[in-house]
Write a protein that binds this ligand. Structure first.
Ligand SMILES: [Zn+2]
Length: 319
């Protein structure tokens, strides 16, 4: 069994509003192929298709206020209702109480104890990784859950060696200014020079993702651009990104073997689906699970606490 986990930060199911919700405006043939041609919006029910199950998922977890990344990600990565245990949503980075739960209960740590190999296959600027390793910068809850399971963050070298993927799929992010990456781009250019940057089409990136997932039992892709654009992007940028994600998924599905494993796509909270306001939302998040073993994985899943038990179930079975 193999699981490829596609985490998209801040991706919710919102209103049918073409002015503010990229899901209502973008051309998304792959995503909507899993929902009978219907757009990914609030109010969609659970939908079964030939290869996949689509399931709106609660990210509020019975706690007032707007869901945040540190508590949402920690819940996904531990199976514990972290905001309810704390009494509040918190983020973006984990505080000491959240960090203590992650260190104890990380799914990645549990998989490592069972001899299963996890990889985080999107790259980060090397200065970013050094700062985390020196304790000068806090990792996210996802990164922390991976690190306590022995997983290393990869830098641009892994991209050059085709062992990883750029978080924007195509690699074009590294050329751009903005997107919080001025410093990262500078570091990249000093280290490698522009000419060496591997660029891919979104479809090729998706196929590459399927190949990368062959090296691990549990492969994690930690996409943060959706939340970033939800906070400060334009509708044009958001629609463009969503269409890239859609094409990358098409490439991934083209190369993916449904009998061998699962693709799990989900998010920690809403944000990107409502550019009319700049904060997180209380909308449900989309969960999409592709693969033959998906019903065993999904059994009883209704909110963010369901992912860790689902992973433990599919990895403990022989199939
Ligand atoms: Zn955010």
């Amino acid at each position: 069994m193999r699981v490829l986990f596609l985490f998209f930060d801040g991706l919710g199911l919102g209103e049918d509003d073409r002015e503010h919700n990229p899901f209502a405006a973008a051309d998304l043939p792959t995503l909507t192929s899993f929902t009978g041609g219907r757009r990914w919006l609030r109010g969609l029910p659970r939908i079964e298709s030939e290869r996949a199950t689509f399931l709106p998922t609660d990210a509020c977890l019975g706690v007032d206020g707007r869901p945040q990344s540190a508590t949402g990600q920690a819940t996904i990565m531990t199976g514990i209702n972290v905001p309810r245990q704390l009494g509040y949503h918190y983020g973006p980075k984990p505080n000491p109480d959240i960090a203590a739960i992650i260190r104890q209960e990380s799914i990645v740590k549990k998989l490592a104890e069972r001899g299963l190999r996890t990889g985080l296959i999107n790259v980060y600027p090397s200065a970013f990784i050094e700062n985390i390793e020196r304790g000068k910068r806090l990792p996210s809850s996802n990164q922390m859950a991976l690190r306590v399971g022995g997983v290393k963050l990869l830098d641009g070298r892994a991209l050059l060696e085709h062992r990883a993927l750029s978080v924007d799929f195509t690699g074009r992010l590294w050329w751009r200014h903005g997107a919080n990456h001025d410093a990262a781009t500078k570091v990249w250019r000093t280290q490698f020079g522009n000419d060496e940057l591997p660029l891919m089409s979104p479809f090729e990136a998706g196929q590459h993702l399927a190949r990368l997932a062959q090296d691990y039992h549990f492969t994690f892709f930690d996409h943060w651009l959706t939340d970033y654009l939800g906070h400060r992007g334009t509708m044009e940028q958001a629609v463009e990104l969503l269409q890239i994600i859609d094409e990358a998924l098409a490439g991934l599905l083209d190369a993916w073997d449904d009998s061998e494993g699962l693709i799990v796509l989900t998010s920690d909270h809403g944000n990107f689906e409502d550019l009319g306001q700049r904060g997180h939302t209380r909308n449900p998040v989309p969960t999409l699970v592709i693969g033959a073993a998906r019903h065993r994985f999904l059994d009883g899943l209704k909110d963010l606490t369901g992912f860790t038990p689902g992973l433990l179930r599919v990895f403990s079975s022989r199939a």
